[in-house]
Design a protein around this ligand. Sequence first.
Ligand code: IPM
Ligand code: MN
Length: 354
Amino acid sequence: MSKTYKIALLPGDGTGPEVLNEGIKVIKAAAKKTNVNFEFVNYDLGGERYKKTGEVLPDSVVEEFKKFDAMYLGAIGHPDVKPGILEKGILLRLRFELDQYINLRPVKLYEGVECPIKGKEPKDIDFIVVRENTEGLYVGSGGFMRKDTPNEVAIQESINTRFGVDRCLKYAFELTKKRNKDNKLTLCGKTNVLTYAFGLWERAFREMGAQKYPGIKLDYTHVDATCMWMIKNPEWFDVIVTDNLFGDIITDLAAMIQGGIGISAGGNINPEGVSMFEPMGGSAPKYTGQNVINPLAAISAGAMMLDTLGLNKEAKMIENAIEKVLASGQIKSMAAGRMGMGTTQVGDLIANSL
Ligand code: IPM
Ligand code: MN
């Protein structure tokens, strides 16, 4: 008997369930072609459950997730729930507790997708951002003093451990080597101001590069300059490695140059454990239930999930189908409501092009 891959589904809020449905549709269609078996288990985490029961993420559910092969998420965020409760209580907590220490964001401009930068073509925009996903300013270290008084003090500290930085760098170096594109790894930091945090990052980066990866070119850019180069010369990038907050910021910029959040996918990866894949877009409450949201990011996240599970053939099949459909020009725009077709039709198109 062949293995059955167990996938936890977290459709979440707003348009999350709609885009996830299309991703599942495409995965099922690919699995049928190569006789792979999947078992999907649904989890109703998100704003509705929180409103009804007050539960954000029960401890027992976190434990259950550890028994899956992967997790597939739609979107988290509800207009009636104060910002932060669900994002921190579900998304960030899962990243931390499941030790998904890599946030992987491929940035690729497909043929047939409009790029907002004049003169840039698919050959110019094809890089991957490796974002550290469990440390930095996201750990919640700090606090208030004299809160709600005119003398209030707020402290938020960036935690960077040599262990955490090294494991992230190792992943990025290995990916650069495996990708074998320009064999260039760019560290994005701020060594001119954040001398402690990025002092550690840069020393670890240069040490690992010199000792273990002589074939990889080491490149460094400050985060502000990274934003500039990403618009001016995106073709310079192959793999970028950076900390949690800088990674969060530059990947939104990167999403725009590949055609928008409608098409950008991410993976929260624990190379030794359970990983979680998600479209980069939010829950888009105003488009909920209208069949107008773009499911390509979710479908693409599904392909990343299969690739990470070792189902490289199936992943490639989905990527090729996305590429083919986009190149055909049938989908008019990546923006919600302007695709010239519905969410479900986009899913059908990809599924039928496998
Ligand atoms: C992301 C998101 C999250 C983050 C939010 C929702 C907490 O912006 O995945 O990039 O900041 O990491
Ligand atoms: Mn973000």
